[in-house]
Write a protein that binds this ligand. Structure first.
Ligand SMILES: Nc1ncnc2c1ncn2[C@@H]1O[C@H](COP(=O)(O)OP(=O)(O)O)[C@@H](O)[C@H]1O
Length: 306
């Protein structure tokens, strides 16, 4: 019999271009009791090797070393969670109720523009380039650094990156939101995501038991196999605001090979919306990432919860 005594413990990336609000949102969630890892602080406290790139005015982190330390940390967090629920005997419904309390939600939210490289689920905070520029101008960054970040947001660099690493990707556009609304969006999303992963996991376990198949390779892989292949549509700032971005950053997007910047995913513009059509197979073990745009109060979770 396939047996799993513990429900899943998830790590979810809270990622986005600098200035999109990751740190502030994560701090507010932490204050409510959610488990948050601020990756920049973690990199310092674990003494992960970092090289300075003076030309681009940024730090380059040794990702192998970061991965190693992060997976150890994640393992500890999962063990803590398993120890906590070890002696509770809750039905599935009771367990889901239990997780409604932030401190009981078995989710580690990892906040950083690198977080999606370490997690297989991602929430991407997005801000319109004009809004982002205003926020970054107030930070005392060099003009070049502001331009680079604004451009990166305009052409969905972080979002595209997420498709290389994550099996489920969600974006929240906070350009015209109050920060408290963004926090509510993230909360609703991570609870719904947990419930969905939990139900899929349970259904997987019972299917395995029914069929009495012990040969499953990995729980995670099988759960993600049930995601349907879908074309992915982004908020497409690049397409909507080519001229805006040119005005703001002084760079002409016409000169930039978008598909090249977007890595393995080719970018096609269709009627003002950027459609990503990708051959994700190599990067994602034949699974297809699912991108959902979060619209406050309007999301239909039926596509998410089976
Ligand atoms: N809806 C919003 N969501 C997130 N941040 C917002 C929002 N509106 C304004 N902000 C402001 O944008 C800034 C984002 O900064 P920060 O959280 O440090 O971004 P990051 O960590 O992504 O670099 C903060 O000053 C925050 O108060």
């Amino acid at each position: 019999m396939f047996h799993s005594s513990f429900p899943p413990f998830l790590t979810i990336a809270l990622t986005g271009t600098p200035g999109t609000g990751k740190t502030q949102v994560a701090k507010l969630l932490e204050a409510e009791g959610y488990q948050v890892l601020h990756l920049t602080e973690f990199i310092c406290s674990c003494k992960i090797p970092v090289e300075r790139d003076d030309e681009r005015d940024c730090n380059i982190v040794d990702m192998d070393s970061l991965e190693e330390s992060f997976f150890e940390y994640q393992k500890e967090k999962r063990h803590d969670f398993e120890n906590k629920i070890q002696n509770m005997s809750l039905s599935d419904d009771e367990f889901i109720q239990h997780t409604k309390q932030p401190k009981n939600l078995p989710v580690l939210l990892v906040e950083s523009h690198l977080a999606h490289c370490l997690c297989d689920l991602a929430v991407v905070l997005r801000s319109h380039p004009a809004v982002l520029k205003e926020r970054l101008d107030g930070r005392g960054y060099s003009e070049k650094k502001v331009q680079e970040n604004v451009l990166s947001e305009a052409i969905d660099i972080i979002l595209c990156d997420c498709f290389d690493y994550c099996r489920r990707v969600y974006e929240i556009d906070n350009s015209s939101q109050k920060i408290s609304d963004t926090v509510s969006c993230v909360k609703e999303l991570i609870h719904a995501l947990y419930e969905d992963e939990f139900l899929k996991f349970r259904s997987f376990v019972s299917q395995m038991n029914e069929k009495n198949k012990c040969k499953c390779k990995s729980k995670k892989q099988n759960i993600s196999d049930s995601n349907p292949a879908q074309p992915v549509v982004s908020s497409g700032f690049a397409a909507k605001s080519r001229q805006d971005v040119k005005n703001i950053s002084g760079q002409d997007l016409e000169d930039i090979p978008l598909a090249e910047l977007a890595g393995t995913i080719s970018v096609i513009e269709e009627e003002g919306v950027v459609v990503y059509e990708g051959d994700y197979d190599d990067a994602l073990d034949e699974t297809h990432p699912v991108l959902m745009k979060y619209i406050p109060g309007k999301n239909d979770w039926s596509g998410l919860v089976d």
